[in-house]
Design a protein around this ligand. Structure first.
Ligand SMILES: [Zn+2]
Ligand SMILES: [Zn+2]
Length: 75
């Protein structure tokens, strides 16, 4: 079984870093799948770690991001 290491923020589960696949001898065969191993890093990403400064949706990317970023409900 091949493994792919994926690091995610433990708070919001956003992608932190995706490593290249660590292939085994059966890599590339039909029906052979790659197992994803998730490693959590102990903090939130920049979008979800802002405290006290992001209560107003000033970046305009998420029209209702005030609620969303506070609750951490969107990815
Ligand atoms: Zn494999
Ligand atoms: Zn995040």
């Amino acid at each position: 079984m091949c493994y792919k290491l994926v690091e995610r923020y433990s708070v919001c589960r956003c992608l932190y870093f995706q490593h290249s696949i660590d292939p085994c001898s059966a890599y590339g065969q039909r029906g052979h799948s790659v197992q994803e191993k998730t490693v959590l890093v102990g903090y939130a990403c920049t979008q979800h770690s802002a405290r006290g400064t992001s209560t107003s949706p000033q970046d305009g990317r998420w029209p209702d991001s005030g609620y969303c970023s506070l609750k951490g409900s969107c990815r």
